[in-house]
Design a protein around this ligand. Structure first.
Ligand SMILES: N[C@H](CCC[C@H](N)C(=O)O)C(=O)O
Length: 256
């Protein structure tokens, strides 16, 4: 089977994007998904994203981690919007459906602003915060991200959560409105250069625990800069937006 693909990246979180409006991609074939993500034997990516038709929305986005598990993906959602524009499915505004529900998004000068789900599942623990932002996220502050063993500590914490586990975000506060983040992602089972649902969880966790009073947060990550904004009322976070670039890298085809 020959698969046409488009490679996109959102602040270094990279994806194999497939126009699956013909519904011909073998979604149940996890070995193909894993091979597409393999950085030596395949294309190489953190995940695979399918774009499909939907009767009620401009399109449907399906995200697979490299291990075939499905969740929502914030950076992937922004790349899906850029890809949908390239495919002329949309212009600069869209309403699409994903595994965690409907999303609005807008494109302004190449920057994509993606509306995330409302966040009300937030658990504050002694040294960490857990939040669900379309997938599971553990958030904890550290003193010096450059020196921190993200992979080893991230893997340990990831598996300390009962199935399906949790992504793990380590945060260093830079100033009142800026928090640097490094993330270990479940399903990728490694540190990624950015995690959109992760920085969303971080921004909300920092506000929830009083590390910031702002509702517009800058989040420098290894692969670039992201921004999260939100409203908060009675501990529920709404109008949550994840903003940042999403870039086409190359297109190609691969046969299995
Ligand atoms: N990189 C993605 C998150 C993927 C989450 C996935 N790793 C999982 O929850 O299993 C993002 O930008 O939100």
């Amino acid at each position: 089977m020959k698969i046409e693909f488009y490679k996109y990246q959102g602040t270094g979180n990279d994806f194999v994007m497939i126009d699956n409006r013909t519904k011909t991609f073998p979604k149940e074939n996890i070995s193909i998904i894993s091979k597409l993500c393999d950085r030596h034997f395949g294309v190489g990516a953190d995940g695979v994203i399918l774009i499909e038709n939907d009767t009620d929305f401009d399109f449907k986005m399906i995200y697979f981690n490299a291990d075939g598990s499905q969740t929502f993906c914030g950076n992937g959602g922004r790349c899906a919007v850029a890809f949908a524009k390239y495919l002329e499915i949309i212009t600069d505004k869209t309403r699409f459906i994903a595994v965690d529900g409907p999303h609005l998004a807008e494109i302004n000068n190449g920057i994509i602003s993606l509306k995330m789900i409302d966040v009300d599942e937030i658990t504050v623990k002694e040294n960490s915060v857990f939040a669900y932002t379309g997938t599971q996220h553990h958030v904890e502050l550290v003193a010096d991200l450059d020196q921190f063993p993200v992979f080893n500590k991230g893997k340990e914490i990831r598996y300390s959560y009962s199935d399906p586990g949790s992504n793990v975000n380590f945060v260093q506060q830079i100033n009142d409105t800026t928090f640097r983040v490094r993330t270990y992602e479940k399903g990728v089972e490694d540190e990624t250069l950015a995690c959109g649902t992760g920085v969303t969880a971080v921004a909300i966790a920092m506000h929830k625990t009083g590390k910031t009073t702002s509702n517009l947060i800058s989040l420098p990550v290894e692969g670039g800069n992201l921004e999260v904004s939100f409203s908060e009322e009675n501990g529920v976070y709404t109008n949550v937006f994840l903003k940042g670039p999403a870039t086409f890298v190359f297109k190609g085809s691969i046969s299995f």
